[in-house]
Design a protein around this ligand. Structure first.
Ligand SMILES: C[S@@+](CC[C@H](N)C(=O)[O-])C[C@H]1O[C@@H](n2cnc3c(N)ncnc32)[C@H](O)[C@@H]1O
Length: 182
């Protein structure tokens, strides 16, 4: 290989490698809560309670292995967006999306749920912690359109009275619509 060929090869490899590295999920900071998946029966009940349709954009804040956005797209034809701060979870969700056959309707973003823009959501799903739900409440009311549905697995939002609750296999699911009154 001549020096000229070597330079060309280096330029081609650099052009490929730099954008690939820029897109790779990265650890932003320590997650606020560890990954524990919502059982599939509870996922189905959450989406049913929110009356998800193909016109919805379902945001799962802390999306783990991606099961909620993927189910929203598979079962209802909705668009799904998963936000997770942990790059390992984003990698898993992206792998799961490959086999789910709804890749055109779902995306996963390696971002902090407290700083990501959620304004396009029409449904928001949560499985976090009571303290995180409370911390998130002002952002939900500020960024989401009136009438946006919010569903939380297991955890309420302090004194914000849910409009509905559901028991699924011993687990509680909470439902509110924006604006959520405290
Ligand atoms: C209990 S799991 C729920 C996973 C999924 N929503 C479900 O119900 O199966 C919580 C997820 O939130 C993510 N997480 C924790 N803190 C976060 C933050 N500040 N921003 C985005 N994701 C976060 C964790 O990495 C974890 O995957």
């Amino acid at each position: 290989m001549t020096a000229r060929h070597a330079v060309c090869l280096f330029v081609i490899l650099a052009a490929w490698a730099v954008p690939a590295a820029a897109q790779a999920p990265a650890q932003l900071r320590t997650p606020d809560v560890i990954f524990v998946p919502t059982p599939q029966a509870v996922v189905d009940a959450m989406l049913k309670l929110a009356k998800v349709t193909k016109n919805d954009v379902v945001y799962d804040l802390g999306s783990g292995d991606g099961r909620i956005p993927i189910a929203a797209a598979k079962s209802y034809g909705a668009r799904g967006v998963g936000i997770d701060i942990d790059p390992q979870r984003i990698r898993e969700a992206t792998e799961n999306l490959k086999t789910a056959g709804v890749g055109d309707r779902v995306k996963f973003l390696n971002q902090d749920l407290f700083t990501t823009d959620i304004s396009e959501a029409t449904v928001v799903t949560l499985y976090l912690l009571p303290s995180l739900n409370l911390k998130l409440l002002p952002k939900l009311n500020r960024e989401l359109k009136p009438g946006t549905r919010v569903v939380s697995h297991a955890f309420d939002m302090g004194t914000a009275k849910p409009q509905e609750t559901l028991n699924v296999d011993g687990r509680t699911v909470y439902f509110w619509t924006i604006p959520i009154q405290q």
